[in-house]
Design a protein around this ligand. Structure first.
Ligand SMILES: C[S@@+](CC[C@H](N)C(=O)[O-])C[C@H]1O[C@@H](n2cnc3c(N)ncnc32)[C@H](O)[C@@H]1O
Length: 529
């Protein structure tokens, strides 16, 4: 079978963030793409767990989503908590509308947008739990392309649906062409065979259709059709009503939904309704007590989940007198997504966090969360203060009442650390900050060691210990490191330089142990074009 793919200029390349919030093209093995950035703890808010276990809590991360997702998938302390364990990813990336909003620009070159999304979706795939799902909020700007990209990343078979969200409550009479009423939310499962949505609560209008004319002890019920169009081998037979009337069979070209034997069983159990005079075509009694809730549908009107202006009103109520964040989503929209895709205690991730709506709603709904936002200004002005208010029970708006939220819990605020590398004239050097314990932590992250503080060792990976030397590795260093190894252990020694004999001696004293030089041996490519 042929495979449809989307191609674009630069698809085989990668991007790095630039200081102005834009992107620059680089080869995929550029050290700034392959390196794993550290997540540096800034502070915590409310109740958080033991600091030696930094991942037991919710995380607000300031920095680029690529670096944050890369760290969550690769640094062992985070990967053990998040890789393959995130139940829901909701993202509302810049739509590429070509506009410059107050708090961020939304005008990337088309191929830059696709590459930016592809590289983050690949990391998101690694983070999703086997029964997880990813929801991507879009408008028309990229709606024709993003599903093809997501087919490539998640597999076409894992496409679930496109939700249409009615985002405005009145037409824009100033529209040049048509006034657009809706956004899209694309839903993909990690595995559509496994993922199942939670039913929505039923509405009073839906329940009003249920009655109990025969005073059944099982409570109110609604008649359901016993005739179907779908061909069914056992579905054609005559039926005699309790009044004695013989119905020769289902209407021509149609079928009873159940076999004759099953109809008899249902009737004996009082589950068949023959009408007030016991003379009608049979109907199945569907009891309200037995229906599971409302199956989620794809059309989400603003009357049910809010509109753009309700999102803005929520932010304005929290930050009185300030220019509101440009594009906040209404809390009820996120409440519905989170309800359908998670259970209490599950992990929800949003790596284009904006004003923090996803995290705020996840917190109020008793889910764990990770949210990432690139702009430090947005984090300081909106995201962090908003989440502080949620923790302190000082946010009475949004879904607070519906979720009976009154405050509690907490979160850690971390930020993506600087690059380990400085680049001058195309050559790669270690950054000036990379000394002492900072260097050790950074090297451990690059090589996938869990950090430990047991000098001379700075990391462990199974029976392997990592020793990072902020200087030259010579014979004396090798002997000192090997002397501290336990039975059956080996070591990876990383130094900024090494004498020619040190590697040979290490191999002799501890076969299987290795000597590496930083940055040279950490790089796929030592020269940057
Ligand atoms: C449409 S807004 C999200 C709004 C959010 N759903 C809310 O309710 O407030 C997109 C956000 O993504 C942020 N962003 C853009 N590029 C990013 C990146 N590479 N990493 C992390 N955040 C990014 C922007 O700064 C902006 O705040």
């Amino acid at each position: 079978m042929g495979c449809l793919t989307l191609s674009w200029v630069g698809k085989d390349r990668a991007l790095i963030g630039t200081p102005d919030g834009g992107y620059a093209w680089v080869p995929r093995d550029d050290p700034r793409v392959t390196e794993v950035r550290l997540l540096q703890e800034r502070s915590s808010v409310g109740e958080v767990g033991d600091t030696s276990a930094p991942t037991t809590d919710n995380q607000l991360i300031t920095g680029d989503s690529y670096d944050a997702l890369h760290a969550l998938t690769r640094i062992p302390e985070y990967a053990s908590e998040y890789r393959g364990r995130v139940k829901l990813v909701y993202i509302d990336p810049p739509f590429n509308t070509g506009q410059a909003f107050d708090h961020y620009d939304d005008a990337l070159e088309h191929s830059v947008w696709l590459t930016m999304m592809r590289d983050r979706l690949l990391l998101i795939r690694d983070l999703l739990a086997p029964d997880g799902s990813v929801w991507v909020h879009l408008d028309d700007a990229e709606m024709a392309y993003c599903p093809v990209l997501m087919d490539e990343v998640f597999g076409r078979a894992n496409f679930i649906a496109t939700v249409i969200w009615e985002k405005v409550y009145s037409p824009k009479n100033s529209a040049r062409h048509l006034s657009v009423d809706h956004d899209y939310v694309l839903v993909y499962a990690r595995d559509a065979e496994v993922w199942r949505p939670q039913p929505l609560p039923r509405t009073p209008e839906m329940d009003a259709a249920y009655r109990n004319p025969d005073e059944d002890v099982r409570g109110v019920w609604k008649p359901g059709d016993l005739v179907a169009n779908k061909s069914y081998r056992l579905g054609v037979y005559p039926v005699t009503t309790p009044s004695g009337r013989v119905i020769p069979g289902p209407p021509p070209g149609r079928y009873w939904r159940v076999s004759e034997g099953r109809l008899r069983e249902l009737d004996q159990d009082g589950r068949i309704w023959w009408g007030e005079r016991s003379d009608n075509i049979p109907a199945l009694k569907r009891f309200l007590s037995e229906v599971r809730g409302r199956v989620p549908q794809t059309l989400w009107p603003y009357a049910e989940v809010g509109h753009n202006q309700s999102g803005k009103n929520e932010i304005q109520a929290l930050f009185k007198g300030m220019i509101p964040f440009s594009t906040p989503k209404p809390e009820r929209l996120l409440q519905r997504v989170i309800h359908i895709a998670t259970n209490p205690g599950d992990i929800v991730l949003d790596c284009f966090g904006g004003s923090g709506t996803t995290a705020a709603v996840a917190h109020k709904m008793g889910r764990r969360w990770v949210t990432v936002e690139l702009s430090p200004e947005t984090v300081e002005t909106f995201t962090r203060p908003r989440l502080e208010k949620v923790v302190n029970g000082a946010d009475p708006g949004g879904v607070t009442e519906a979720t009976a939220w009154s405050g509690g819990g907490g979160f850690r605020h971390v930020e993506v650390g600087p690059s380990l590398y400085d680049i001058a004239d195309g050559h790669v050097f270690l950054a000036a900050w990379a000394t002492g314990s900072a260097l050790s932590r950074a090297i451990a992250a690059q090589l996938g060691f869990t950090t430990e503080c047991d000098p001379p060792f700075a990391g462990a990976r199974g029976r392997e210990r990592l020793a990072v030397i902020d200087g030259v590795v010579d014979d004396a260093v090798v002997r000192a490191v090997v002397a501290r190894l336990g039975d059956g252990e080996r070591t990876v020694v990383v130094g900024k330089a090494a004498t020619p004999e040190a590697g040979v001696l290490l191999e002799e004293l501890s076969p299987g142990s290795r000597l590496r030089k930083a940055p040279r041996d950490l790089l796929h490519r030592g020269v940057v074009r």
